[in-house]
Design a protein around this ligand. Structure first.
Ligand SMILES: O=c1[nH]c(=O)c2nc[nH]c2[nH]1
Length: 443
């Protein structure tokens, strides 16, 4: 049954190189939260379908200065780090973790603190046009469940991982799983508790197996988490070859690259999403391709901690799955708009090099169309979710954005690119998740 219909100019990704423009499309949404049908204005059935929906008072005609595109998919958010977004980004990764991040994450054994932060963060992400998020939580199950509650209450689609970290050499004694057995058992308990909490809720967050990264975990924990991922057929998230230090750490400890270590422990599956990957060698990239594991490109964070720029264009051309992440708080911004702009800019730097002596890497540049793909369909594919497109059969997770400027002679593609550069939370008129408006500045 159709419950709602929008009429307006829409844009949707087709693939990494193409965005479709649908002028005055009729977008019909059904009671299961899905897009039932998208009818272009030129379609012969358009007038009759529009009339039928209008008779039932289901139609919302968007003003001419508003456009629709899919809600964004953020593939990498550390929820507990929101209070420190923008802090200490001049420190190296290991110091940033030990001196800032671990002390902050340890505070989430205080449920009142968790509730305050997670309420604010979920609202903020929705306000930025993000409708699906892959979250790292902390080691605290109650706080992670509170994050899930906030997502369901405020209407954010989410997948949430209870972070596992038990290696005494690389984690502080005040913030660590007591043993490998506890890291695995607590993860398994979280899977069940989250499933119970979300029962019957269409926005029930999915549990995610979450070894923090190779340095934080013992061999036994990595192996146990790999077993759990297979037993419950769940997504996996972790970091991979994210900096020179971390990449070298895996080589020193295992005599292998990070990606091969994850594969050894059964953690490279087609449901795995790996953050960063700036230091992946060609053979690691090929392994990810073979396994169908996706990369979460986090351009802002990489500028601080990555010691390099991910070769997004080359990876996409080779057939790797890639989406986009804010990496709060390795990245300071909760906005995927900011991140897709940085993705384009960094790719240009990679292409051209940083000095006249440095020839750069030709063929590295990505277009805004590709960055839009990363923030929508790329992320959706990584999570195997039917979101990220304005298309029949997709879940109705959408953004309605206002264009503050009138440019009558502009082509649809030029308007799309300008809006991708100019849109901020201020321009968002509505954010729709599962067919319901969850952020409403329409009035
Ligand atoms: O950007 C990052 N943020 C983190 O919290 C983290 N932990 C391990 N590696 C990390 N990288």
């Amino acid at each position: 049954m159709i419950t709602r219909a929008l009429v307006g100019d829409a844009y949707t990704p087709v693939n990494a190189n193409e965005v479709a423009y649908l002028p005055q499309a009729l977008i019909e949404i059904d009671s299961s939260g899905r897009i039932d049908r998208v009818t272009p204005a030129a379609d012969p059935s358009y007038a009759a379908r529009l009339k039928a929906a209008e008779v039932q008072h289901l139609v919302e005609h968007l003003p001419a200065d508003q456009v629709i595109w899919p809600g964004f998919v953020d593939l990498h958010v550390h929820a507990p780090q929101w209070p420190q977004a923008g802090l200490a980004l001049d420190k190296p990764l290991a110091a940033w973790l030990n001196d800032y991040t671990f002390p902050l994450e340890a505070k989430y054994d205080d449920l009142a603190f968790a509730k305050r932060v997670y309420h604010e963060l979920v609202h903020e992400l929705l306000s930025q046009g993000t409708t699906t998020v892959l979250f790292f939580g902390t080691i605290h199950t109650a706080a992670n469940l509170e994050l899930a509650r906030q997502c369901m209450q405020q209407g954010l689609r989410a997948a949430i991982g209870r972070v596992a970290m038990d290696n005494p050499d690389q984690t502080p004694d005040y913030y660590r799983d007591a043993s490998a057995g506890e890291a695995v058992a607590a993860t398994e308990r979280f899977i069940h508790q989250l499933k119970e909490l979300g029962a019957e809720n269409p926005l029930a967050p999915l549990p995610v197996i979450t070894p923090r990264f190779v340095p934080s975990c013992s061999d036994e924990a990595l192996a146990g988490l790999g077993r759990l991922a297979h037993q419950y057929d769940l997504p996996i998230q972790t970091h991979v070859s994210e900096s020179n230090w971390e990449h070298q750490y895996a080589i020193d400890r295992f005599g292998m690259h990070d990606a091969a270590v994850l594969d050894h422990f059964g953690l490279l599956t087609e449901k795995a999403v790996l953050a960063h990957g700036t230091q992946l060698a060609p053979k690691d990239q090929a392994l990810l391709r073979e396994r169908g594991s996706a990369l979460a490109h986090c351009p802002i964070s990489n500028a601080y901690f990555g010691n390099g720029v991910l070769p997004v264009q080359e990876l996409l051309a080779a057939g790797n799955q890639v989406g986009l992440g804010t990496d709060i708080s390795g990245g300071y911004s909760p906005s995927l708009y900011d991140n897709l702009r940085h993705a384009v800019a960094l790719s240009q730097v990679r292409n051209d090099g940083v000095t006249t002596q440095d020839a750069g890497t030709a063929g590295s540049r990505i277009s805004m169309t590709t960055a839009f793909y990363l923030a929508t369909l790329g992320g959706a594919k990584a999570l195997h979710l039917p979101v990220g497109q304005v298309q029949a059969g997709c879940l109705a997770d959408l953004q309605v954005v206002s264009d503050r400027f009138t440019r009558p002679a502009e082509s649809p593609q030029d308007r799309f690119e300008r809006l991708m550069y100019q849109t901020t939370a201020r321009e968002l008129r509505q954010v729709i998740v599962h067919g319901e408006t969850v952020i409403d500045h329409a009035g």
